[in-house]
Design a protein around this ligand. Structure first.
Ligand SMILES: *Cc1c(COP(=O)(O)O)cnc(C)c1O
Length: 373
């Protein structure tokens, strides 16, 4: 008898559980017959992109039949200027997830390991397992010497072994919203052995307003093994287009670009990203909307006396004190999509993204109703 197809897959892929994305609005509306649902499930920018982006994207229609610029000339030039690095330092990705996967493809194998923290972003275990590499998962802080659920850099350092080739660090981390300060992170990067690539994932960089929050790109000249990733999916409001990037020394970027698909970032994404970089006012407004929305959410959950993890991102993980799957389902029936994150080793937690004032209010009212029932 022929083997089941899944059994022909590599061991890593057989064990893989696919990423569970936030439920799309259209799916909720289809399944529940709801028309005015709100989605606060994927840390998207509730304002969307600014008018400059919409204008720039229109230019893409004239070139629909052409392959995109595989080298991303204009976008790399804009990023090189923004970060004061040579264009050879930049690796463009189909979202920054793509860059994370390039790292795994280029540096991991079944004979190697990757290190990341418990409760870290789900893509690190995914790309590690897909390759069949070993995962050395470091225990997170328990709340004594650092924020509960936050990355514990000492434990992460201890998890590095002779076979480790990659360390993934999210700063801040999703779904916890916890962050690492400059001194501690710089000490960690300095102490990591030379044979290990350090990936610092700064998907929420633009939102963070903490004096001790580092811009780890400053350390790139000192560390050939350091890669910093950023994205246009969050504060820049371009999640649907899929565009992110990594910055490193050119040697590391060269390796990543060898395994990159030649046309991984489409033309609309490139046009939009360049325009988004030129619209500082829209970015500032997005950050401001997030800041006040976060205040609104915090006041609401505090009024309900629900524990939460203090977050510097555009999302908040809340302990609803009971099966979060059931609360999630009940919220869906109220037309509010959030994200259960108990599968991140955070039993009882739901993650809500910061929305517009009305969306936040919808969520808080629905949560209050659901928890009272
Ligand atoms: C959202 C997110 C990303 C970015 O994903 P894209 O592929 O750029 O859309 C990367 N890292 C973390 C921690 C995230 O939460």
């Amino acid at each position: 008898m022929a083997p089941a197809i899944a059994q022909l897959a590599t061991a890593g892929v057989q064990a893989l559980r696919p990423y569970a994305p936030g439920k799309p609005l259209t799916e909720l509306e289809r399944e529940y017959g709801i028309t005015d649902a709100v989605k606060l499930a994927s840390n998207e920018n509730p304002l969307g992109p600014g008018p400059r982006v919409l204008e720039a994207v229109r230019g893409g229609f004239d070139e629909l039949a052409r392959y995109p610029d595989g080298n991303g000339f204009a976008l790399k030039a804009a990023l090189a200027e923004k970060h004061a690095v040579p264009t050879e330092a930049i690796t463009l990705g189909n979202g920054s997830n793509d860059v994370l996967e390039l790292v795994a493809r280029a540096f991991l194998s079944p004979a190697t390991s990757a290190v990341y923290s418990a409760h870290a972003f789900a893509v690190y275990p995914l790309v590690t397992q897909a390759i069949g590499a070993r995962a050395n998962v470091a225990a997170a802080h328990d709340g004594n010497d650092g924020p509960r659920f936050g990355h514990n850099l000492e434990a992460m350092h201890a998890a590095i072994d002779a076979d480790t080739r990659v360390v993934f660090i999210a700063n801040p981390n999703n779904p916890t919203g916890t962050w690492l300060d400059r001194a501690a992170l710089q000490r960690f990067v300095t102490a990591v052995p030379d044979h290990v690539i350090v990936v610092i994932d700064e998907a929420y960089f633009e939102y963070v307003d903490e004096a001790e929050y580092p811009d780890s790109m400053e350390w790139i000249p000192d560390f050939p093994n350091l890669l910093v990733t950023r994205t246009f999916s969050k504060a820049y409001g371009l999640a649907s287009l899929r565009v992110g990037y990594g910055v490193s020394q050119p040697g590391l970027a060269d390796v990543l670009n060898r395994v990159r698909q030649p046309f991984n970032v489409n033309s609309f994404a490139q046009l939009a990203a360049v325009a988004a970089l030129q619209d500082a006012a829209h970015l500032q407004e997005s950050v401001q909307v997030n800041h006040s929305g976060m205040q609104q959410l915090l006041e609401g959950v505090e009024a309900m006396q629900l524990p939460y993890i203090p977050s510097v991102g555009n999302f908040l993980s809340v302990d609803v004190g009971r099966d979060p799957g059931a609360v999630y389902e009940a919220l869906l029936r109220e037309g509010v999509i959030v994200r259960p994150v108990d599968n991140y080793g955070m039993p009882g937690y739901l993650r809500v993204s910061v929305g517009l004032p009305d969306e936040n209010r919808r969520f808080l009212l629905a949560l209050e109703k659901v928890l009272a029932a």
